[in-house]
Structure formats: structure tokens, C-alpha cells
Design a protein around this ligand. Structure first.
Ligand code: HEM
Length: 410
């Protein structure tokens, strides 16, 4: 199977009068390489704007983005959360039963997985994941230099998460290319899409096989989904698609969430010292890193009816690009929005989304991020960049491929 979303942007759509029209392309490389420098331009344009190149609407202010996320009846996900409109085009893969559905279908699927990814299940994993984080960090601090991405952010989640799902041990190197391709596929058919499409075919097949009952270990979250099928809560084919959601949404996101957090500390030595002198700030620090450098930069919605946003009319069937990363830096919402401050009070960023589609795995992501931070706080006195950080471009995610540093022991 190959990824093949359509690009509806060629149709001559004009915005309703009064809506600012922008010629900027949020999927071109220059934008993706530095989305943050465009945030003010986007949010200052108005509560809603029109992106001419794709014939779509966009929102970058916190208030509009949050309101759209919370109003799933008007801003639906069932027509796809990428540029492609599933009412006009066939999705490149069978649609996600969680991310790309609306109630009641969404809620039925969500109930099944919510019971599996429970607080009890997470508590059960904490001790062994903490040991893994500690031994990985111990191994790294003994080295002269470390790449925070390839040696830590890409390593820790892959040491713990696939075992929790219970997926086959061989072939796990397919997980990151698969997830990367999935997140690229939410954008248009650009170079990034083509590049990952070329490498993803094998990974897509491996992931599809990994989600089958016969390839899942007993006791893992994957098998627990199949057991829900045994109880008649979903079909066997739906169970495979739900397991796929863990693999599509739970790997690249945490790799980059942790990677962006580590980058934030490499750039802010004074915040590292603030955290070391008060480790009770670890929870806040991880949340602040998601706000400051949001892993998931954008997701789309589609309007189910004519809707007024701050006095502007959006027609039914409009694709709306929600800039979560920009919302998390909107100065209308956040004091000192551009500053990374580990002491910032925990108040509802949209880095995990909001409303009925809010991230299913946020407790997992928090656990991973906080365990890495807590191991580092105990073992590392300072983090010093020793070369330029390198961004990995993706149509949806903000990611790094390299953050080289020296870490000093206490
Ligand atoms: C730092 C890590 C993570 C970030 C930043 C993140 C971000 C997000 C965001 C923004 C959404 C909302 C999508 C929307 O509104 O359309 C979402 C949904 C979702 N996430 Fe995460 N995520 C992370 C980790 C995980 C993990 C570890 C898992 C799996 C255990 C996971 C599974 C999901 C699923 C299945 C959905 C769809 C939920 C639904 O539609 O009901 N995520 N995530």
C-alpha cells in the first residue's frame, strides 16, 4: 500500500469577504524549518484566515484553536485531520477509528482503548520504565559527547513502549519511518510526502502485520484490544486498526516530545539549574516544553455546517488548519509566551489537543518525559551544546534529527 492523499487546493475557492487571505505556504520547507518565526504573522492576521495556495482556512490564536478543538460537532474529524477530505477522496490507509472518526463511532472505539491505557496500567509500568531511563542516562553520562536525539530521545521510547503494546521484536526499526510517513501524509503531496512515501511501503506492511492477534504477545495492550473483540466490543479487523493507532500515534510523538524537551534545556542552561535545584518542577517542565516547542504543530478539521468565527463566515465543508504550536505561543493567552520557564503554572496548553480527541496517550507521554528528566536531574549537572542542532522536517511534527551536547556529572 502507498500513501496517496489528494490535494484539494487546486479548486478555485474564494474566502468570504472580510477574511484575511494569506499567500504563505505552511507546508513549504522554509516554513517547516522555522514555523515559530511565522506564528505572530499568522495570529496577528485575525482569529481566522484563508490560505490561498490550498483553498483552506487557518486558525493560530489560542482562543480560536481551542474553541474549534472543543466543538467536534462543527469542526469534525471524520472527514480527515489532514488536507485530504475523506468525503471526496479515499484515505491513503483505512481511516483511524479514533483520530479520524466522529461520535458515536469515535466514542465506542475510545471507550475500548481508554480502559486499556488506564492509570492502573500506567502505574504498573512505572518502576521498570524508571530503571530503563536511569540505566540509559548512566550509560550516556559516561561518554564525552552525546546526541540527545539519536542517543536518548529515539532510544528510550523504543526501549519501553513497543514492549507495553507487546509487538514483535524483529523489525521494530520500521516504527519510526512508519510514524514519520503517517504524519507527513496529513500534509499536501510535497517533497516530504514523496520522500517518506518511497521508504514507507515496507514499514506500512510490517506495522499491519504487527497489529494482528497472532503477532502480539499475551499481556500487552495490543492483545487487550483483541480481547475486547472477543467480548464483542469491536470486530477483529477493528481491533487491528486500534492497535495500529498505538503505533501510529505513540512513537514519533514521544520521541519528538522528549527530543524537543531536551533541546529546550540545551538552549536554556539557567532553566536546567532551576530544575536541578527544585526537581519537584519536573511535571511542569515537561508540560512547558510541550507548550514552548509543540511536537504536533498542526491538525486539520472540516466544517460540518456554515459557521461564524469572530464574525467571519466559513462555508460547510471547509478544511481548517489548526496551528496548535502557534496557539501554545499566543501572547493573547500566555505571558512571556516566547520564554521557556519551568516554573510556569500548569494551565491547559493544546499540545495534546483538547475535546473528545485529546491525546489518548498523554499519561504515557508524560510518564516517559518525566522519567527521562528525573534520571537526568539526578545524574547531570550541566548540558552544553557542542554543535548546531539539526531539524528533521515533517508536515505535521516539529522534530530534530540531532542535538549534540556534552553532559557534565555533578
Ligand atoms: C509527547 C507525545 C504526544 C503528543 C505531543 C501527542 C499529541 C496528540 C494530539 C495533539 C492529539 C489530538 C489530535 C486531534 O485533535 O486531532 C493526539 C491524539 C491521539 N494520541 Fe497523542 N500525543 C502524544 C503521545 C501519544 C501516545 C504515547 C499515544 C499512545 C499511547 C498517543 C495516542 C493518541 C491517539 C490514539 C490519539 C487520537 C485520540 C482520539 O482521536 O480520540 N499519543 N495526540
Amino acid at each position: 500500500m502507498s500513501i496517496n492523499p489528494g490535494t484539494p487546493g487546486n479548486e478555485p475557492i474564494e474566502p468570504h469577504s472580510g477574511i484575511p487571505t494569506l499567500t504563505l505556504d505552511p507546508f513549504e520547507k522554509a516554513f517547516l524549518a522555522d514555523p515559530i518565526s511565522h506564528y505572530s504573522f499568522l495570529s496577528d492576521a485575525g482569529p481566522v484566515f484563508f490560505l490561498r495556495k490550498y483553498g483552506i482556512y487557518g486558525m493560530a490564536r489560542f482562543a480560536s484553536v481551542k474553541a474549534a478543538l472543543d466543538d467536534h460537532e462543527t469542526f469534525c474529524s471524520g472527514r480527515g485531520v489532514g488536507l485530504s477530505d475523506f468525503s471526496k477522496e479515499t484515505p491513503w490507509r483505512p481511516a483511524s477509528l479514533l483520530l479520524e472518526t466522529d461520535p458515536p463511532e469515535h466514542d465506542r472505539a475510545r471507550r475500548i482503548v481508554n480502559r486499556i491505557v488506564s492509570l492502573t496500567a500506567i502505574r504498573h509500568l512505572t518502576e521498570s520504565w524508571a530503571l530503563t531511563a536511569t540505566s540509559l542516562v548512566e550509560e550516556l553520562v559516561s561518554r564525552k559527547s552525546v546526541d540527545l536525539i539519536t542517543d536518548l530521545a529515539e532510544v528510550f521510547p523504543l526501549r519501553v513502549f513497543p514492549d507495553a503494546i507487546g509487538i514483535q521484536k524483529t523489525g521494530r526499526e520500521n516504527l519510526l519511518p512508519y510514524a514519520s510517513a503517517t504524519f507527513n501524509a496529513f500534509g499536501p503531496r510535497n517533497d516530504l510526502f514523496d520522500a517518506t512515501n518511497l521508504i514507507a511501503a515496507k514499514s506500512i506492511e510490517w506495522v499491519a502485520n504487527s497489529c494482528k492477534r497472532q503477532n502480539l504477545e499475551d499481556g500487552g495492550w495490543g492483545m487487550a484490544v483483541h480481547e475486547a473483540a472477543d467480548r464483542g466490543e469491536c470486530t477483529e479487523a477493528e481491533a487491528e486498526r486500534l492497535v495500529r493507532s498505538f503505533l501510529s500515534a505513540g512513537v514519533d510523538t514521544t520521541v519528538n516530545g522528549i527530543g524537543n524537551m531536551l533541546y529546550a534545556f540545551a538552549q536554556h542552561p539557567e532553566q536546567w539549574q532551576a530544575l536541578r535545584s527544585n526537581p519537584s518542577l519536573i511535571k511542569k517542565a515537561f508540560e512547558e516544553s510541550l507548550r514552548w516547542l509543540s511536537t504536533v504543530q498542526t491538525f486539520f478539521r472540516t466544517t460540518t455546517r456554515v459557521v461564524e468565527v469572530a464574525g467571519c463566515r466559513l462555508p460547510e465543508g471547509s478544511k481548517v488548519l489548526l496551528f496548535l504550536g502557534a496557539a501554545n505561543r499566543d501572547p493573547r493567552k500566555w505571558a512571556d509566551a516566547a520564554m521557556f520557564k519551568v516554573e510556569r503554572p500548569l494551565v491547559g496548553h493544546v499540545g495534546f489537543g483538547s475535546g473528545i480527541h485529546a491525546c489518548l496517550g498523554q499519561m504515557v507521554a508524560r510518564l516517559e518525559g518525566e522519567l527521562v528528566l528525573s534520571a537526568l536531574v539526578r545524574k547531570v549537572k550541566s548540558i552544553r551544546p557542542i554543535g548546531p542542532s539539526v531539524r528533521r522536517l515533517n508536515n505535521t511534527l516539529l522534530a530534530f534529527s540531532s542535538v549534540p551536547v556534552e553532559m557534565e556529572r555533578p
